[in-house]
Design a protein. Structure first.
Length: 357
């Protein structure tokens, strides 16, 4: 019994002794023994020992000892810290930089894009804005040598123009490069040829109330006369179209009651004496005849008040109905009464060509 007891106690003693031997081996030859909680030291001062807080997530979160300040991070790079620069060193460096760039006051900044120093707009962009299609389509017009700038045919891409000064033509017709608007209205009978009427009558302005820019009419038509009247915001064009110097022709179709003599056209072309002077027609023809009813076409370049009505009445044929079917190159076509349509670029170019614009 004693021997067994002493064997058990010896076993326990051997087990503890074996454990102590492992601790001694680890302490002497292996890794240092991890200190127990009561043995740990928290040195957070500048002269911290090796038992101080470990660097890592837990240490940085705790800031070293409980309630202690965080340790300053050491600069990287072979354990050396960057030397602090003195004020005298900074002053000398600033002085050297000032002397180095003293003679370079005018520094040219780099261009933000190629061709930034050029003025004006690209020609294809101007043409596209004027309604000649997409920029690619306008580039094709240039490649086909159909575009002129100030009388010179342009074939290279990227040509820049000034819409305010340069004259641009396509197929010989002037392009309205600015934000001008041109319309043709088939004026109904009973509409006053003014943009506003103080008496409240129906006027031309009633047909363009939704336009952003202010338009004005080119010439006039009698209240009971129907047909083409032009509206635009291009003042110079409107002035020239109505000036006697340029002699822009207007064509009218009148309904009269006959029979009419064969020499009526000759009389109108030779001139009819009116109270304000002679009035001459440039062209006359009979369009249609139904019994005694005649539709006759009269073309003239004068713009005096009631000129067609007065000429035919003086010749002995009062006018029952009068329609202006053309103003220069702008024709009425199948445009319905009261309809407003925007002129095409070709029509605008033809109008400008009539008055040397």
């Amino acid at each position: 019994m004693r021997s067994s007891g002493s064997g058990k106690s010896g076993g326990r003693g051997n087990h503890r002794g074996a454990g102590n031997d492992r601790d001694q081996k680890q302490g002497g030859q292996g890794r240092p023994r991890k200190p127990r909680p009561e043995e740990r030291r928290y040195d957070v001062g500048p002269g911290g020992t090796q038992d101080g807080p470990k660097s890592g997530r837990g240490a940085s979160a705790r800031g070293g000892a409980k309630g202690g300040p965080k340790q300053a991070q050491q600069p990287r790079g072979r354990g050396r810290s960057a030397p602090a620069t003195s004020r005298e060193y900074d002053a000398r460096a600033e002085e050297r930089n000032r002397e180095r760039y003293a003679g370079k006051k005018d520094i040219k900044l780099p261009k933000t894009f190629p061709g930034a120093e050029q003025e004006g707009e690209r020609l294809q962009k101007v043409l596209a804005r004027a309604g000649y299609g997409s920029r690619r389509a306008c580039e094709e017009l240039i490649e086909q040598a159909r575009v002129e700038v100030n009388g010179e045919i342009v074939t290279e891409q990227g040509r820049r123009v000034d819409p305010e000064k340069d004259e641009v033509r396509v197929d010989g017709l002037t392009v309205a490069t600015q934000s001008y608007q041109f319309f043709s209205l088939n004026k109904p009978a009973g509409v006053v040829s003014t943009m506003e009427d103080p008496e409240g009558r129906q006027c031309l302005g009633d047909y363009v109330t939704n336009r952003e820019t202010r338009l004005f009419h080119v010439g006039r038509l009698d209240t009971e006369t129907e047909g083409v009247i032009l509206l635009t915001n291009h003042g110079e064009l409107a002035h020239r179209l109505t000036h006697p110097k340029y002699g822009v022709k207007k064509t009218y179709v009148a309904h009269i009651v006959g029979p009419i003599p064969r020499d009526l056209g000759k009389r109108l072309k030779d001139g009819i004496q009116l109270e304000d002077g002679y009035a001459r027609a440039d062209h006359f023809r009979v369009v249609e005849q139904t019994g005694k009813n005649y539709l006759v076409e009269v073309t003239l370049h004068e713009g005096r008040k009631h000129i067609v009505r007065r000429m035919l009445a003086e010749a002995g044929f009062p006018v029952d109905k009068l329609v202006r079917t053309a103003f220069g190159p702008i024709t009425l076509g199948d445009q319905k009464s009261g309809w407003l349509r925007r002129l095409s670029n070709t029509e605008v170019g033809m109008l400008m060509g009539e008055v040397d614009l």
